[in-house]
Design a protein around this ligand. Structure first.
Ligand SMILES: Nc1ncnc2c1ncn2[C@@H]1O[C@H](COP(=O)(O)OP(=O)(O)OP(=O)(O)O)[C@@H](O)[C@H]1O
Ligand SMILES: [Mg+2]
Length: 259
């Protein structure tokens, strides 16, 4: 299929390269490279903590968090964290335990925590009936306490953004963080659709660091619209789902959701 017609782009590498073309968006993309022994070693010495992930993964499968401190090395996959006294021995173990397909290495973001669990924010951006991009909803995803990924399919818990951010900000500051998240997702969707104009839904996974600065962790082009049903405010799911239906991304109302 021609890139202009594509509704779904699987490669995280192609999606990252596409949004790096936009100078405004570029500033919020954590440094990312194709992973090999050399790039992992370099990225780890630069950032001390990185994530590695399959170039075309889903549900957080195969994602690992890799750390170094003072000559000690660790990596965690699912609930298991392993320690090593050299980079080479860790790398050998990673190769054995990773999925047998190309990986990316990305600067790790120290995500904010809620009750001791990491969280990130899914910002949904969809084309409306006039085909203009619109931010339609956002929802927090709180990681399982012993896991390094926030995905729903890995035990992540969908949670209202305000609940998660209350400990960090209130009033105008809280609103401005929310606006910033929304704008970051919106700008990223526009940037991605310049390379892939056929896209009509983008679920932006955005992490906040200790300075409440947003980082684009990943852009999903086939995001689950049903996750918004977890919000108490039912208007949001209604909007997200009605846009998805109008674009024929999900079946008409009343039929059962697939997932
Ligand atoms: N650079 C990073 N810094 C901090 N956390 C990260 C980073 N990369 C990934 N994560 C965590 O791991 C989760 C899964 O990673 P990612 O979204 O890139 O892959 P995926 O979920 O497998 O893909 P998909 O969303 O298409 O199913 C993220 O939602 C986030 O919680
Ligand atoms: Mg993801």
């Amino acid at each position: 299929m021609k890139s202009t017609a594509r509704k779904n782009v699987l490669s995280k590498w192609l999606k990252t390269k596409a949004i790096l073309k936009d100078p405004k968006v570029r500033r919020v993309v954590p440094e990312t490279h194709r992973m090999n022994e050399k790039s992992l070693r370099e990225m780890l010495s630069r950032y001390s903590m990185v994530y590695i992930k399959p170039e075309a993964g889903t549900y957080g499968k195969g994602v690992m968090r890799v750390e170094q401190d003072n000559g000690s090395y660790w990596y965690q996959k699912e609930e298991k964290k392993r320690a090593f006294d050299s980079f080479s021995s860790m790398y050998r173990s990673i190769v054995r335990n990773k999925r047998k397909r190309p990986y990316l290495v990305q600067k790790g973001i120290h995500l904010l925590k809620y009750k001791g669990r990491r969280f990130d924010i899914r910002v949904m951006v969809q084309r409306n009936r006039k085909l203009a991009w619109e931010m339609t909803g956002m929802i927090g995803r709180v990681a399982h306490p012993r896991k390094i990924v926030t995905n729903y399919h890995s035990g992540g818990k969908p949670t209202d953004v305000r609940t998660l951010l209350k400990a960090f900000a209130s009033g105008e500051k809280l609103s401005s963080i929310e606006k910033n998240l929304s704008k970051t997702g919106y700008d990223a969707a526009i940037a991605l659709s310049r390379t892939y104009p056929g896209l009509n839904m983008v679920g932006a996974d955005i992490g906040l660091d200790n300075h409440l600065r947003p980082w684009i962790i990943e852009l999903n082009t086939n995001p689950d619209p049903y996750i918004f049903r977890h919000l108490a405010d039912k208007r949001i799911a209604r909007k997200v789902l009605s846009y998805a239906r109008a674009l024929r991304r999900i079946p008409p109302a009343k039929s059962k959701p697939k997932r």
